[in-house]
Write a protein that binds this ligand. Structure first.
Ligand code: NAD
Ligand code: DAU
Length: 328
């Protein structure tokens, strides 16, 4: 197959491209936002188109001759969506629409939309199934839900062969350090304060990035057209417990923990039932304890990857978001 993988210069898309390129020819379409980096694709054979999924010309150039499309392209950080929603609407809603029109016009056989557990909102007990109602809380999740609904509408109206994969919180190598695990890992390695929102008792369902990539590839090949598939991690954990484990792995003291103002509209808990994707033959292989150890080691050993990030745009974001310069 020839695959178009959008957003593959980012965290999860690059892990997926690494896996899929072993079997398939890959074209990447990526806008290279602050989170997209060509070096994330080092060692992955691919051709590259620099452009936005919201640009019909770039999309047609990249999609011509492809048998399937996997759409990872996104603005992925909830806090940034609270600070300003425009790029989220542009990429998740307009961009998804442009991709869907091109898939239909070019007669591409298969489309997979990468989505998130956040479209279901927060759940105190139990787990969301694929038939749970969409009830997003943030501009990030609301625009992701809008993208999912557009995909479903093209299935219903035009008979498009599309599937949706909704993942829980991913972690692993090459995640931009605005996200909880790489942020506290790098801060702990530097001996800097670890910002914990509110009481830190929020629960996330942690999924190692390679496990999500395998699930996406399976759903692309075997998923039932029109269906959504939840992909949840094997372990759930309170944020404060995640922070304590990172402190242990980096040999730092709990005195680095600093409770800061809570995220606006903060979802308390996410949890997914993954029975449907399990029925296709998927199982998570990496437990949280092992995955976290691998992730912390990767950041410890890969300063050439994160060094340039910590001296660029990220510094400005950090100061705006946390009200203090990075490193203080
Ligand atoms: P990321 O921020 O690391 O990467 C996003 C990539 O998309 C970057 O390479 C960026 O340059 C590119 N991009 C952004 N806007 C674009 C546009 N308009 N056109 C083309 N490229 C564009 O994100 P990630 O964490 O790898 O997330 C990938 C996908 O997985 C997203 O759709 C996200 O909603 C979903 N997801 C993420 C998680 C998670 O925990 N990170 C969990 C479940 C689902
Ligand atoms: O659940 C899937 C989603 O997971 C994806 O769709 C998103 O793209 C991805 O960013 C992630 O969203 P979260 O908001 O859950 O991830 P984040 O790493 O930003 O935060 C994880 C938890 O940690 C959340 O409860 C907020 C908290 N947090 C985060 C940061 C950045 C802190 O306590 N302090 C922080 O500094």
């Amino acid at each position: 197959m020839k695959l178009l993988v959008t957003g593959a210069a980012g965290f999860i898309g690059s892990a997926y491209a690494r896996l899929a390129a072993a079997e398939h020819e890959i074209t990447v379409l990526d806008k290279l936002t602050y989170a997209g980096r060509r070096e994330n694709l080092d060692g992955v054979e691919h051709s590259f188109v620099h452009g936005s999924i919201a640009d019909p010309g770039a999309v047609r150039e990249a999609m011509e001759g492809c048998d399937a499309v996997v759409n990872f392209a996104a603005e992925s950080h909830v806090d940034r969506s609270i600070a300003g929603q425009d790029p989220f609407v542009q990429t998740h809603v307009i961009g998804t629409g442009v991709l869907l029109d091109a898939v239909r016009e070019l007669g591409v056989g298969r489309y997979l939309q990468v989505s998130t557990d956040e479209v279901y909102g927060s759940i105190d007990d139990g787990s969301f199934t694929e038939s749970s109602p969409l009830d997003p809380s943030s501009p990030y999740s609301a625009t992701k839900a809008a993208g999912d609904l557009l995909v479903s509408s093209h299935v219903h109206t035009h008979g498009l062969e599309a599937v949706i994969c909704r993942g829980s919180n991913n972690y692993g190598p090459r995640q931009y350090p605005e996200k909880l695990i790489p942020l506290i890992t790098l801060n702990a390695l530097h001996g800097d304060p670890l910002p914990v929102y509110g009481d830190g008792r929020q629960v996330r369902n942690w999924l190692f990035v390679e496990d999500f990539a395998r699930a996406i590839h399976l759903v692309l090949q075997k998923g039932e057209p029109g269906a959504a598939y939840n992909v949840g991690g094997p372990d759930e954990c309170e944020n404060i417990e995640v922070v304590r484990r990172v402190l242990e792995l980096t040999g730092r003291e709990e005195s680095l923990i600093e409770h800061v103002a809570d995220r606006l509209g903060h979802d308390r808990r996410y949890s997914l039932s993954s029975d449907r994707v399990r029925a296709l033959g998927w199982e998570a292989r990496v437990q949280f304890a092992e995955g976290l150890e691998r992730t912390v080691s990767w950041y410890r050993d890969n300063e050439p990857w994160w060094g340039p990030i910590r001296s660029g745009e990220y510094r400005e974001w950090y100061e705006r978001q946390y009200g203090r310069p990075l490193g203080e």
